[in-house]
Ligand binder design. Structure first.
Ligand SMILES: [Ca+2]
Ligand SMILES: [Ca+2]
Ligand SMILES: [Ca+2]
Ligand SMILES: [Ca+2]
Length: 288
């Protein structure tokens, strides 16, 4: 690549100062990150490592390795979960005979690109595909207020429906934005879903990001319309984000360390690139 004239005209001292400045800026950014890490570590450490889900909030755990979206949940750690049933829900309609009839366990994880959910639904009779409307069959609804602004109609707001037969919708309209897989199991079905962060917020989440969140469960045991509907937090999964619970993005200190190491490797590569440029400059332009 040809270098501009000013590059050759630049005295060696100035060039070294420039490189030093670049290294200082990169170092400062890294140290800043470390400072942030320290503050955030304190926040994380003040929480139990894997607490039971408290009312109205679920901790979403940072994943170093993204789960494979195949409906099998064996790679998911035993992290905090929401236990959703007729006794724990905020809203309930219809008839639920027992926990075997309708209940669910929900876990969540995240990385910089995606939000992940593992949903294990207990439902003794599975009905999918007999109704056109996704909410009239066995299905899970995820209500998300990505910006946590408690306004329900922004681009950050979604009501994703995942049906036992694999259909996916956003506010009842079929969507291809998600990656999800359903596996029927004895006594119910499991769903593994990956939601692009870009659907929910600008930029990337960090430990400490908060989103409005709730989960709904529809049960159909005899075809036609649903028989029961329950919601974790709020009377609706689409229009009442002010009554949603929250999803709290967090990470374990050991995962934070792995992420920091990856950033250090990146920084080292960038410094190597700068040094290579300096070496090339010295070879091309004799310095005073
Ligand atoms: Ca999996
Ligand atoms: Ca919103
Ligand atoms: Ca059912
Ligand atoms: Ca139905």
């Amino acid at each position: 690549m040809r270098k501009p004239a000013w590059f050759f005209a630049m005295p060696r001292q100035s060039l070294l100062v420039l490189l030093l400045l670049a290294a200082t800026v990169l170092g400062a950014r890294l140290l800043g990150s470390r400072a942030d890490e320290s503050v955030q570590s304190t926040a994380v450490n003040s929480l139990p490592v894997y607490p039971e889900s408290e009312s109205r909030s679920l901790h979403s755990m940072r994943f170093v390795n993204a789960p494979i979206i195949d409906g099998y949940l064996t790679e998911w750690p035993r992290i905090e979960s929401i236990e959703l049933n007729r006794n724990t829900c905020y809203y309930f309609s219809g008839r639920v005979d027992s926990l075997d009839d309708l209940s669910a366990s929900i876990r969540s994880g995240w990385d910089e690109q995606s939000l992940y959910l593992a949903i294990q639904v207990t439902d003794n009779i599975l009905i999918g595909g007999d109704s056109v409307d996704v909410w009239r069959d066995d299905s899970v609804e995820l209500g998300l207020d990505g910006l946590y602004d408690q306004y329900p109609w922004g681009r950050d707001d979604h009501q994703y429906t995942l049906v036992v037969d694999g259909r996916m919708a956003d506010r009842g309209v079929p969507t291809t934005s998600l990656m999800a897989k359903v596996q029927e199991v004895t006594g119910g079905y499991n769903i593994e879903v990956k939601i692009p962060v870009a659907e929910l917020m600008a930029g990337t989440p960090i430990s400490g990001t908060v989103m409005g969140f709730t989960v709904g469960l529809h049960d159909d045991d005899d075809g036609d319309n649903w028989d029961a509907y329950l919601i974790w937090e709020g009377p609706s999964t689409s229009s009442t984000p002010e009554l949603f619970g929250t999803l709290l993005f967090t990470e374990r200190p050991e995962d934070r360390l792995i992420a920091l190491e990856a950033r250090l490797i990146k920084l080292e590569r960038r410094l190597q690139e700068l040094l290579a440029i300096l070496k090339e400059f010295e070879q091309v332009s004799p310095l005073q």
